[in-house]
Design a protein around this ligand. Structure first.
Ligand SMILES: Cc1cc2nc3c(=O)[nH]c(=O)nc-3n(C[C@H](O)[C@H](O)[C@H](O)COP(=O)(O)OP(=O)(O)OC[C@H]3O[C@@H](n4cnc5c(N)ncnc54)[C@H](O)[C@@H]3O)c2cc1C
Length: 377
């Protein structure tokens, strides 16, 4: 089979890239997916869209993505159920400077973000222990989308644009041929001028098959549901305790808590672990004591796709003509997929992308020019 562009991976990022390529007039776009559409991290991810980052480019990517999300229904016919949500980031003295920097950067971009004193938060966050909190932050534009609808919108739009989506097609090796790239799976050999690796946590082995290092490691992230939690505050609230690394999403039917420092990097294990659940509950109970009495009712485990500086890898891979990477979103791929799909399509079809993402280029690991993202939830 021969295509102009082959995208490897039918998660939110791969489908956004494929959709944007087709939309910009690229004629033969093929997507190869080892399992089924949304089988990877996208199928496990939440719909948080936040501007509160410590890297300016991440703030910009959220702004640009949100602009697309607002028009998504017109573009695809699917309503992504975009709604506003209050993210409160809580910092002790140790993390205070990160929040101060982040709010300053958000303000520069015209966002309505601010630092909040704990005394102002107390009446809003009833039942939350704030004694050790030095400062909190929030951004009025932070939002939430429904990731399944977003994925469906991209998938259907791809099909409408005659993108070929091959499920159950695992690319095992990539090879350089004369003037094009060859992707080999057990069921299909696909030749294409351009290949985009959008395989999420599974991107590194694809790079290795063609002799390039793509520094992305899987990292299990678990979210647990608790019921019977006395209402902490209003719904549509996400609290992130930066010090203890626990996030709590207050939803009508209960809450979700997540934690990330007990996972073992490098493992593709996606099973829920009861010990971790109890550990998370305990850690979360330091901040919200009523969690102790709440009942654990289930959970979900997925793989974060972590890079050394916790930022995505976007752009052409050095020394292999036609090979691009759009992966390694380190836990913020759903919110950034809308603009990243457009940027990667522009990189392939035009001279220059509309947003300068050179800071996230694969080259940065060779040149030692990494910018560490400090706010990963
Ligand atoms: C618990 C949890 C909560 C999250 N919450 C949020 C959130 O609130 N907001 C947010 O923005 N992000 C969130 N994320 C992160 C987000 O889900 C990911 O960053 C995003 O889904 C990554 O999308 P992707 O398309 O790059 O990867 P994936 O969705 O993993 O897609 C990659 C695809 O490639 C396929 N593939 C892999 N190898 C091959 C191969 N060799 N050949 C063919 N196909 C292959 C896989 O099967 C997979 O379908 C969360 C993640 C988790 C786990």
């Amino acid at each position: 089979m021969k295509g102009d562009v082959l995208v490897i991976g039918a998660g939110i990022v791969g489908l956004s890239v494929a959709y944007n390529l087709a939309e910009m007039g690229c004629r033969k776009v093929i997507v190869a997916e080892k399992e089924f559409v949304g089988a990877g991290t996208t199928g496990k991810g939440g719909g948080g869209v936040r501007h509160q980052f410590s890297t300016e480019l991440n703030i910009k990517l959220t702004i640009e993505s949100l602009n697309i999300l607002k028009r998504f229904k017109n573009l695809t016919g699917y309503d992504p159920q975009l709604k506003s949500i209050s993210y409160y980031l809580l910092a002790t003295k140790e993390e205070e400077e990160i929040l101060k920097w982040s709010v300053k950067a958000q303000l520069k971009h015209g966002l309505h973000s601010r630092l909040i004193e704990p005394s102002e938060l107390k009446p809003i966050l009833k039942g939350v222990v704030l004694d050790d909190i030095a400062v909190a932050s929030t951004c009025k534009e932070d939002s939430w989308v429904n990731p399944s609808i977003l994925l469906q919108g991209y998938y259907d739009s791809c099909i409408r644009h005659e993108v070929i989506v091959l499920e159950h097609t695992e690319i095992q090796t990539l090879k350089e041929e004369k003037g094009y790239l060859r992707a080999v799976s057990e069921v299909e050999t696909i030749d294409a001028d351009t290949v985009v690796i959008a395989a999420g946590a599974y991107s590194a082995p694809l790079g290795r098959s063609i002799g390039v290092e793509i520094p992305i490691q899987p990292f299990k992230r678990q979210m647990f549901y608790v019921e019977g939690l006395p209402s902490v505050a209003k719904t549509n609230l996400l609290l992130f305790d930066m010090h203890n690394k626990v996030a709590l999403v207050n939803r009508v039917e209960g809450s979700i808590v997540g934690v990330h420092d007990r996972s073992v990097p490098g493992s593709f294990d996606e099973t829920i672990n009861l010990d971790d659940a109890l550990y998370v509950k305990n850690v979360a109970a330091h901040r919200i004591p009523s969690i102790k009495e709440a009942e654990l009712t289930g959970g979900i485990a997925g793989l974060y796709e972590m890079t050394p500086d916790r930022n995505a890898i976007l752009g052409c891979i050095p020394n292999v003509k036609g090979l691009f990477c759009a992966a390694g979103f380190s836990g913020h791929g759903i919110m950034h997929a809308p603009i990243v799909g457009k940027i990667v399509a522009e990189m392939i079809l035009k001279d220059k992308p509309s947003v300068d993402v050179s800071q996230f280029s694969p080259n940065r690991f060779l040149n030692n020019k990494q910018v560490y993202e400090q706010i990963v939830i």
